[in-house]
Unconditional design. Structure first.
Ligand SMILES: Nc1ncnc2c1ncn2[C@@H]1O[C@H](COP(=O)(O)OP(=O)(O)OP(=O)(O)O)[C@@H](O)[C@H]1O
Ligand SMILES: [Mg+2]
Length: 620
């Protein structure tokens, strides 16, 4: 394994790691999650503590029994041996049944509460601004939703009930020891203090170690994912060696963290074990003197001794669970952080979101109304772009600098410009995928409503009026049918007829499974041209008044290009079209051409004027 130093930025998952305490908001979040089950949870807890109490109180009954045998009067002195045995049996069985009921019901409710938390995090994360996804490596997001969430669910969905049982046990032990003889309260306080001290000494170290551990996992996962995705590039550049070395370094960092965490845990456990042994010795010796002096009965000493012996084990279990609990809480904290980020401007959460995180949310009636609405019932729409200044982040240079133009309803506008001139960025701006710093864009003069204070139409409704084929054709893992018709509302005939229009019908029918053929992740089992044609088909099916194509035909052969151009002519003939293309032949039939240069409009006019000028200037 290589031991070269690694740059810090690869090691952390980019979070600012806090030392010590949690964010206060996570308690609020847990309250949101559990509040729908509040009464049932309280009922469960009452059952649970009663159950544990009944089971442990057997020790006290036996203590009284012993005292009766040695001639000391007490509340149970009147009972016969048979009655006592029956009492013990009834307490044990009832205690067991109540404990089991508590565990099963509590775990069920808790699992529901935590999965509602997960849903709420997903609802918000999917609406975070594009800049979040630009700046956050996918591996980091995946870690939150897999390993961090796993830690949370694993504990809350089951062992949390066990953890609470242990707390019940400790509480009941204190109560029952006091009932047996209040003098032992001094012991209890002393034992509690000693345990707490040892825990405090270790807590900081354990918590930090666990945080480091969970943060050191995602860089190696991210690197691994990147490597598998870029496998062919890495091989062709023969860089396997350096990639695997970097993975080894990241992974060995993770393993070192893991070993450190285990070491801290082991040392903690050893300290606790030694403490229990010591306490038992002290209790044993002092009990002897207490009986001798007549301060305690034999029965009560028995009770105290039993509980103190038991408590050593229980306290240790408590702290073991506590560290697991803390790990789960770190998971909650990490997901909570995503849940509380600002979502994209203009986006609203669906009405099913219930956690009060201050994000704007649709009311059910508005949501229902919008689901059936379109921005326009016409077959096309106009676009107004007014003095738009656009950049991807505040610290990056302007990509569009005061762009100003209109597209008339039903017009076909071609966009040309050198690589990097801002063509695709203009489309990002049209969709309001990034905040527009200055200027505005409207469809049929409707701007999207971006803040509570401004007027405008719903952002989703606004976006729905544009169908888009991106420069990188995106397909999803699943069937071909799913990729064409994500909502699953269209008939087989409709799908096949559209496939025929892009010239893929015969090809699809020849595939195993036909329309149900499998598409792999990002469509990697298809050629780039095939992917473009399928995206075109998907776009044809959307029936939006504005159709935007960014290099939609760049990777298909001339015949396919002709089919696509003809299909767009036929199908989108009365729609508004915005077409970006490097191959100028594709743009021949446009009404007007917009020429972008360094984020500014160099020319805008009839195709017959602008296209030759562009050809003569830029392509010489
Ligand atoms: N997500 C992004 N974050 C930051 N900068 C970006 C991002 N996408 C593009 N850019 C920058 O914006 C500028 C314009 O890029 P854009 O993709 O709009 O060019 P383009 O005209 O579509 O080029 P091409 O013809 O190669 O597709 C480039 O300088 C690019 O580096
Ligand atoms: Mg582009």
């Amino acid at each position: 394994m290589s031991s070269a130093p690694i740059k810090a930025k690869y090691l952390s998952d980019g979070d600012t790691k806090k030392d010590g305490g949690y964010n206060k908001t996570i308690f609020e979040t847990l309250k949101f999650a559990y509040s729908p089950f509040f009464t049932r949870i309280i009922l469960c807890l009452i059952l649970g503590i009663t159950g544990r109490g009944l089971l442990l109180a057997n020790t006290n009954v036996i203590g009284y029994w012993v005292d009766t045998i040695v001639g000391k009067e007490n509340i149970l002195s009147g009972l016969s041996s048979a009655q006592l045995i029956t009492l013990l049996a009834v307490m044990a069985v009832t205690g067991f049944v109540l404990t089991m009921t508590f565990r099963v019901s509590f775990s069920r409710l808790s699992a529901q509460a935590i999965s509602s938390f997960y849903d709420e995090v997903t609802l918000r994360t999917s609406r975070l601004p594009m800049s979040f996804f630009d700046n956050t490596p996918a591996g980091r997001i995946i870690t939150r939703f897999s390993s961090d969430y796993g830690n949370v669910f694993r504990l809350f969905g089951g062992p949390l009930a066990e953890f609470i049982s242990i707390i019940f046990d400790l509480t009941m032990m204190i109560i029952l020891i006091t009932v047996a003889n209040p003098v032992y309260l001094i012991f209890v306080v002393f034992i509690a203090l000693m345990n707490y001290l040892i825990y405090k000494l270790n807590q900081e170290k354990l918590r930090t170690a666990r945080r480091e551990l969970s943060a050191s996992r995602s860089p190696s996962i991210a690197h691994f994912a990147e490597t598998t995705q870029g496998a062919s590039t890495i091989r062709s550049f023969r860089r396997q060696q350096s990639f695997s070395e970097r993975f080894e370094r990241l992974d060995s960092h993770f393993l070192t963290q893991k070993m450190d965490t285990t070491k801290s845990l082991l040392s903690f456990s050893l300290q606790m074990n030694s403490l229990t042994a010591l306490l038992l010795l002290v209790t044993g010796v002092s009990a002897y003197f207490m009986v001798e002096k007549g301060w305690a009965t034999v029965g009560s000493v028995g009770v105290a001794f039993a509980f103190i012996a038991l408590s050593g084990n229980t306290v240790q279990m408590f702290f073991e669970w506590l560290t697991q609990f803390e790990e789960a809480m770190i998971g909650v904290e990490r997901l909570d952080q995503y849940m509380r980020m600002n979502i994209e401007q203009g986006s609203l959460l669906p009405s099913t979101a219930t956690f009060a995180t201050g994000h704007p949310t649709y009311s059910p009636s508005v949501e229902k109304y919008l689901s059936t609405r379109r921005l326009t019932e016409e077959r096309n729409a106009s676009v107004q772009v007014q003095d738009v200044w656009f950049r991807y982040r505040e610290d990056l240079p302007w990509v569009l600098k005061g762009v100003n133009f209109d597209v008339k309803a039903g017009e076909r506008l071609g966009i040309v410009g050198r690589t990097g001139s801002g063509k695709s960025s203009l489309i990002q701006a049209l969709f309001y995928l990034y905040p527009i710093d200055k200027g505005q864009i409207a469809i049929n003069t409707h701007q999207p409503k971006l803040t509570a204070a401004t007027n405008g139409v719903d952002l989703n409704l606004y976006r729905k009026s544009m169908a888009f084929i991106s420069q990188e054709p995106i397909l999803f893992q699943g069937t071909l049918r799913f990729n064409l018709d994500i909502e699953g509302t269209l008939t087989e005939e409709k799908l096949l007829s559209v496939l025929a229009q892009v010239g893929l019908r015969e090809w699809v029918l020849a595939q195993p499974g036909g329309l149900d053929m499998r598409i792999e992740e990002r469509g990697k089992n298809l050629s780039l041209g095939e992917r473009q044609l399928l995206c075109m088909a998907r776009c044809l099916l959307q029936q939006a008044p504005i159709v935007i194509m960014d290099e939609a035909t760049s990777s298909v052969d001339p015949q396919s290009e002709e089919i696509m151009v003809r299909a767009t002519e036929e199908f989108f003939s009365d729609r508004t079209q915005i077409i970006i293309a490097h191959r100028l032949s594709t743009l021949a039939k446009c009404d007007r051409i917009l020429w972008l240069q360094n984020g500014e409009i160099k020319a805008l006019g009839p195709t017959s004027e602008v296209l030759p000028r562009f050809k003569n200037t830029e392509l010489v």
